[in-house]
Design a protein around this ligand. Structure first.
Ligand SMILES: Cc1cc2nc3c(=O)[nH]c(=O)nc-3n(C[C@H](O)[C@H](O)[C@H](O)COP(=O)(O)O)c2cc1C
Length: 164
């Protein structure tokens, strides 16, 4: 069993989540490869595909949208799992509104499970325009990633993929 974990990440925090998911899959005997969307050249040989994207201005990153467009048909014949990492807020309410295009992608691919996790912003890594946007929206930098929830979801993915 092989899984492809495709992660669109601008500042690296979603990529770390993708790697953690791949580690859990690996512990369960599923060979997992982590790639950014632009490096995906084929889905051949992958039984399961985990798609993850950071959220910017309420959208997935454009590279993930492009991947969905390019590989949409092939994704429908695989077990797909989708996550977004965004909210800089640990409250459950913050995780309710998954970006519209992520919900559309989940529907189009028949995603078996969808999750919205908190994200991470380190202000020292931001460009001036990003910092200004953070100030304007009143967002508070920090690490809001819920690692136990990420690991638990990865275990659910492994259970589901292995049950195929
Ligand atoms: C300029 C900027 C805009 C953002 N806009 C959103 C947003 O609209 N919705 C959201 O949930 N998170 C937003 N975030 C938070 C990011 O989604 C979060 O930091 C995520 O973990 C980033 O992933 P990455 O490090 O993989 O790029 C924004 C962050 C920045 C810096």
């Amino acid at each position: 069993m092989k899984a492809l974990v495709v992660v669109a990440s601008k500042h690296g925090s979603t990529l770390e989540m993708g790697r953690a998911i791949a580690d859990v899959l690996g512990e369960r005997g599923i060979e997992a490869v982590v790639l950014p969307p632009g490096k995906v050249t084929s889905l051949e040989g992958f039984d399961a595909v985990v798609l993850g994207s950071g959220v910017y201005s309420n959208k997935m990153l454009p590279t993930m949208t492009a991947l969905a467009y390019r590989w949409g048909d092939q994704l429908t014949t695989r077990r797909v799992y989708l996550f977004c990492s965004g909210p800089l807020d640990a409250s459950p309410q913050a995780l309710v509104n998954l970006p519209l295009e992520a919900r559309t992608l989940a529907r189009q691919t028949g995603a078996r499970s969808v999750r919205h996790f908190g994200g991470r912003v380190d202000s020292s890594e931001l460009r001036p325009t990003e910092r200004a946007l953070m100030r304007m929206t009143g967002s508070r930098p920090g690490d809001y990633r819920d690692w136990p929830a990420v690991v638990a979801w990865a275990a659910e993915i492994a259970d589901d993929a292995l049950a195929a």
